[in-house]
Structures are given as structure tokens and as C-alpha cells.
Design a protein around this ligand. Structure first.
Ligand SMILES: [Zn+2]
Length: 270
């Protein structure tokens, strides 16, 4: 790509030092180059800047919409490259995402709540934004699980403390079936997100609004976008809401390849 002038040598050497917006630009240049030179059957391109901006400033902010406008211009370059390569008649564009975002102004430090109940080093928290996983060594669960539930219930910002008996309803395995699953799942109320901080107050305001994902998928703010356009897509054919499980089977059908292990089914594009 350097030899062909698609990217500069400095773009590559400085890549890991570059900010996320610059990286998205380089990936766009690479995508345009690959379309021009190699005319791929399938291209997957992952932009990262919108996720980073939403984490730092939250959704529905000027920073967030600016990041979307920037990514629109990246997509525009890819669409133009397909057109210039004469591939309009065989190209379907799918713009997909795996989550939406929620803004928050307070963070929950569940580890601090557990430490003040004497559970430091016994019970571990893995924060995932809108939810947190709580792990206890299986051999010590009988002793520490009830204490952990007691320490976490009523903490400001925690909506629910869900035990293994509630996991099936959320599509999660139990720790008995999957040793990587936690003993408890914590969910955050609107305006709160779980943090990995181990000191200070249990619940604390953040200096400015930030954003998180990892809330329960049933939250409509977590709905992601989906756009299909180009070859094989009739305007207005898609339902108002789609399941992300249907995206891979849709791509497989467009490519004419089998995907027998898929749980979803191809979307109606026509
Ligand atoms: Zn993220």
C-alpha cells in the first residue's frame, strides 16, 4: 500500500501512537485500496472512533454527532471506491453495530462496597459498563455469596443483584454449567455505570457526562443501528427492527454460501 501511494510510510510507523480518528482514516484508505486493487468478495471494516467518543462524552452530544459525521465521510469514500471500481452491480453495503449507548453521570465502585463488608480478596467484580459480573471461588461461594448479596443490595445506582436463578431469563449460562460465568450479575440504574475503581466513595459523580454500553439488551437505548443498501436491497423492504443474529445469515445468502450453524435467518431485503 505504501508503494502504491495508498498510505504513507509514516502512517504505518506512527499507527500505534495515532489517535483513534487517525486510525479510522488509515483503515478507510486501506479499504479503498483493497477495493481498487483486489476487488474483494467480502470486506469487513471496523471503525472505532464512535465507540471511543461515546465512552468519553456520551451519546446525543456534539462530540458524538461529530464522530458520526466523520464516519459518514469515511463510508462515503468506501462507497465511491466501489463505484469507481465498477462494482455497483454486485455490491451490498451493510452498516452494522453490536450495541447502542447510554449516558451516565455517576459511577458505581462495587469493589469498594464489598471491601467495606470485609470481602476484599474473596469476591471479585468485573465491570462491564451497565452491568457487572461478580465472581466468588466456587469452593467459597456458600460462605461468601450471601454476604456479597447483602453488601451490594441497596448500594446507590445498583438496580438489581441477579443470582444464578435469574440468568436463564437473560440468556446467560449458570456458573454450574459454564465455569467462566459469574455467581452474580449487577445491573445499573439509568444515569449510572459500573467502574473498576477500588478506592474512594462507593458511588461517585464523574467530572462530566460519559457513556457506557453493557446494559441489558432489553433497554431500548441499547438498540444498535442497521443499514442495508445496494445490490439485492429494495428500499423499504426491511422490518423496523432486526435481530443481529440475522446479519451473518444475510451476508451468507448474498454470497451464496451455506451457514448451517447460524441461529438467525436471512433478512428480507426484497
Ligand atoms: Zn465500547
Amino acid at each position: 500500500m505504501i508503494r502504491k501511494g495508498a498510505v504513507a510510510a509514516a502512517d504505518v510507523t506512527d499507527f500505534t501512537k495515532a489517535n483513534i480518528l487517525f486510525r479510522d482514516q488509515i483503515w478507510t484508505k486501506a479499504a479503498v485500496h483493497l477495493i481498487r486493487e483486489h476487488r474483494p468478495n467480502l470486506m469487513l471494516l471496523h471503525f472505532l472512533s464512535l465507540d471511543s467518543v461515546h465512552h468519553q462524552f456520551g451519546p446525543r452530544t456534539l462530540a458524538g454527532t461529530s464522530a458520526m459525521a466523520f464516519l459518514d465521510s469515511c463510508v462515503e469514500k468506501v462507497v465511491a471506491a466501489v463505484h469507481e471500481a465498477g462494482m455497483d452491480e454486485r455490491t451490498t453495503f451493510l452498516v452494522v453495530s453490536d450495541h447502542g449507548f447510554k449516558g451516565y453521570t455517576k459511577e458505581i465502585r462495587a469493589t469498594v462496597a464489598l471491601a467495606s463488608a470485609g470481602l476484599a480478596g474473596k469476591v471479585y467484580v468485573l465491570p462491564e459498563g451497565g452491568t457487572a459480573m461478580v465472581y466468588i471461588d466456587q469452593t467459597q461461594a456458600a460462605e461468601f455469596l450471601p454476604k456479597a448479596v447483602q453488601a451490594l443490595q441497596g448500594v446507590e445506582g445498583i438496580d438489581k443483584v441477579v443470582g444464578a436463578d435469574g440468568f436463564a431469563a437473560l440468556g446467560l449460562p449458570t456458573p454450574a454449567r459454564d465455569p467462566q460465568m459469574s455467581q452474580l450479575l449487577l445491573t445499573a440504574k439509568d444515569g449510572y455505570s459500573f467502574s473498576g475503581a477500588t478506592g474512594g466513595p462507593v458511588t461517585a459523580a464523574v467530572p462530566q457526562q460519559r457513556g457506557s454500553h453493557g446494559y441489558l439488551a432489553s433497554d431500548p437505548e441499547l438498540d444498535a443501528l442497521f443499514i442495508a443498501s445496494g445490490f439485492g436491497v429494495r428500499s423499504g423492504a426491511l422490518p423496523a427492527k432486526i435481530s443481529n443474529l440475522d446479519v451473518a445469515p444475510t451476508i451468507a445468502k448474498l454470497l451464496g454460501v451455506p451457514l448451517p450453524s447460524a441461529k438467525g435467518k436471512p433478512l428480507p431485503l426484497q
